[in-house]
Design a protein around this ligand. Structure first.
Ligand SMILES: Nc1nc2c(ncn2[C@@H]2O[C@H](COP(=O)(O)OP(=O)(O)OP(=O)(O)O)[C@@H](O)[C@H]2O)c(=O)[nH]1
Length: 632
């Protein structure tokens, strides 16, 4: 149903496909600049073709486009220079894909997706006639196959990129392609409506022409009837002059009348108007003999005395036409024959051609299957043909009109093509926006993840630092402050008086290790640590592990008396913990204590005095508290 395929000179679809194939080969041969140049030139050549599909007639007329085509190469038409709309769009998208290369951010995969959509639309149009853009010709299978191969080559190229960046591409691509599909469906719908509108306009034109002609002839038939009836008022048959006087005005009113004649009942022609050289020869001839094609109608009028009309028959004047016979009476109902109104077919078609531009519309008059007249251009499309009956003649005539290709190109709405092109452009832009958004979102997510990992790392390092710091100042086994922290605390007490210091040493602890094992020994040390820490807390002091099984109890603002009480409390707590040697005897503690009541703090002396007191406690039999005064 294509209006007209590109003929002769060139096939723009195939030429563009070939150019893009060369660009593709150049790319594969690692000549990207050459590939881009070819793609850019192809794009530039396709653009005017696309514009000719889109620009309204009042911007650039179809005649101008045709003139440009003829100027480029005499004898060529617009179709020799431009591909069908969907093929043009497909090739433009492929040129774009070639230019953008593998760069996903420029939408190469989207361009190929849209090109595929256009290709499928063309395939659909070649299979389903309803999808065809009848104004424009469709791409043929011979054109679709190379475009399809080119598409596959492009799809293979971006396939790798797509797989690599699928996370970023899938959602923008599917949403934007959906918009492309909707655009295609919408433009098809618009095209359907616009085609229907144009069909209806052309059909109305056809029917109006036929109705006008039928109506005009019926009007003239009425005038003829009045002419015939006017003889009923006269008493005697009209003379030649009288007949001419009455027939003259009627003849002059009818543009397509060949003549008006009076045929006697015996079928002899009595009068003819106008009385020119041709008509004069008809006077007196026997019509039934000379015009057998009209015999049926003559008989019906002359014998049956009814109005009758012939088909289109050869006229005695040598042309074709239709003759109306009207029985004619004078006063008293006396039958004098039939008035014949002879219509020329040529005059009829002339009337039609006056009402329509036959350069832009093809006219055909039929009687049954026989074509009577054919006027107008050959470059027409059967899909746009309209037929209407013209009610003259025994067998009604039919009038077929077909707009010329030029007229169709001028008349058809550009809206479907504009909406398709705009929709594709919008879906491409939508893809770019969605892709950028998605990429930013993913980058933001990566940033967020690395920030979270960094925070976790910082937190872990902080914890480690705290742990290291804690371990530097605490004993790992008991969790008590270690010697370092003890010394720092002691140094900080240089103004605190009284300041009581006790060195606590488990008695015969070696035996625990030897007999019950080191693990048990550790357990006992932890137990003493916990008891000592609790007592020190209560007393507002510090219980630290000094080394091995030795602990220090530091009690600021604590005099000897109070110190002895605390030491006793510690012993009591140890007793209540019920720690035993392997032989069942209780584990005991020896404590050496000293109190700095006043004077400057000398840590070495303080510790030495406490240590001496401890030594004495051990020497005196262990399990006791010995307090030694500070010297001086
Ligand atoms: N299980 C365990 N034993 C320890 C630890 N630190 C030191 N010791 C042990 O404590 C014991 C201390 O023994 P000594 O200094 O000989 O004194 P003692 O056996 O307690 O006897 P006197 O102090 O004289 O009553 C040693 O056997 C050390 O191995 C420790 O962290 N865990």
């Amino acid at each position: 149903a294509g209006l007209s395929q590109s003929t002769g000179f060139s096939n723009p679809t195939l030429v563009s496909t070939l150019a893009l194939t060369l660009a593709k080969l150049a790319w594969l041969c690692h000549w990207p600049t050459l590939a881009r140049c070819i793609a850019a030139v192809t794009l530039a050549c396709l653009t005017p073709g696309l514009l000719s599909h889109l620009l309204p007639e009042y911007w650039i007329t179809t005649s101008h486009w045709q003139a440009i085509a003829a100027w480029l190469q005499p004898g060529t038409r617009l179709e020799d220079w431009r591909a069908p709309l969907q093929a043009t769009l497909c090739l433009i998208l492929l040129s774009g894909a070639q230019l953008t290369g593998r760069r996903a951010e420029l939408g190469s995969s989207m361009l190929i997706g849209l090109a595929l959509l256009m290709w499928l639309a063309q395939l659909g149009a070649s299979l389903i006639p309803a999808m065809q853009w009848i104004i424009d010709h469709e791409a043929t299978p011979a054109e679709l196959v190379p475009i399809g191969l080119l598409l596959i080559a492009h799809a293979l190229r971006v396939g790798g990129t797509f797989m690599a960046e699928r996370k970023m591409l899938d959602r923008p691509l599917s949403i934007a392609l959906l918009l492309g599909v909707l655009t295609l469906a919408f433009s098809q719908h618009l095209k359907f409506l616009e085609d229907r509108r144009l069909h209806s306009v052309l059909k109305q034109e056809n029917h109006r022409l036929a109705a006008n002609l039928s109506g005009e002839i019926l009007n003239h038939l009425d005038a003829m009837r009045r002419f015939v009836n006017s003889w009923r008022l006269v008493d005697s048959p009209p003379g030649a002059d009288e007949w001419s006087m009455m027939a003259g005005p009627l003849y002059r009113d009818f543009g397509y009348l060949v003549n008006i004649a009076l045929v006697e009942p015996g079928s002899r022609i009595r009068y003819v108007y106008p009385m020119d050289a041709v008509n004069r020869r008809l006077l007196g001839i026997e019509l039934s003999e000379r015009q057998p094609a009209g015999r049926t109608a003559q008989r019906r009028a002359l014998i049956g005395r009814q109005e009758a009309v012939t088909n289109v028959i050869p006229l005695l004047q040598g042309r074709y036409g239709i003759i109306y016979y009207l029985p004619t009476y004078i006063a008293g109902g006396r039958f004098i024959g039939a008035s014949a109104m002879v219509l020329s077919l040529q005059a009829l078609t002339d009337t039609l051609t006056r009402a329509i531009d036959t350069q832009r519309t093809r006219l055909e008059l039929h009687q049954g299957a026989e074509s009577l007249a054919l006027l107008g251009p050959d470059d027409v499309n059967d899909a746009w043909s309209n037929t209407a009956p013209i009610h003259i003649g025994d067998t009604p005539l039919t009038l077929t009109t077909q707009p010329s290709r030029q007229r169709l190109l001028e008349y058809h709405a550009r809206l479907p093509a504009v909406s398709l092109t705009t929709g594709l452009a919008l879906s491409y832009l939508l893809f770019l926006v969605l892709f950028s958004h998605r990429r930013l979102a993913i980058q933001h997510q990566h940033l967020h993840d690395s920030h979270r990992r960094l925070s976790q790392e910082i937190e872990a390092r902080g914890r480690l630092q705290e742990e290291v710091e804690w371990m530097a100042r605490h004993d790992e086994l008991t969790g008590l402050p270690n010697r370092r922290m003890l010394m720092e605390t002691l140094k900080a007490q240089h103004e605190t008086r009284p300041l009581c210091v006790m060195i606590c040493d488990l008695d015969h602890f070696k035996r625990i290790n030897d007999s019950l094992g080191h693990l048990k020994g550790d357990e006992y040390l932890k137990c003493l640590g916990a008891q000592g820490a609790a007592i020190a807390n209560q007393a507002g002091g510090l219980f630290a592990r000094y080394g091995g099984e030795e602990f220090i109890l530091l009690l600021p603002n604590c005099d000897t008396v109070r110190g002895l009480q605390v030491a006793e409390a510690l012993n009591a707590a140890l007793r209540s913990a019920d720690l035993k040697h392997h032989d069942g005897t209780a584990l005991t503690l020896s404590i050496g204590m000293t109190t700095l009541e006043q004077g400057p703090l000398n840590i070495a002396t303080l510790m030495q005095v406490a240590d001496m007191a401890l030594y004495r406690a051990k020497a005196q039999g262990r399990n006791r508290v010995v307090s030694a005064p500070m010297p001086g």
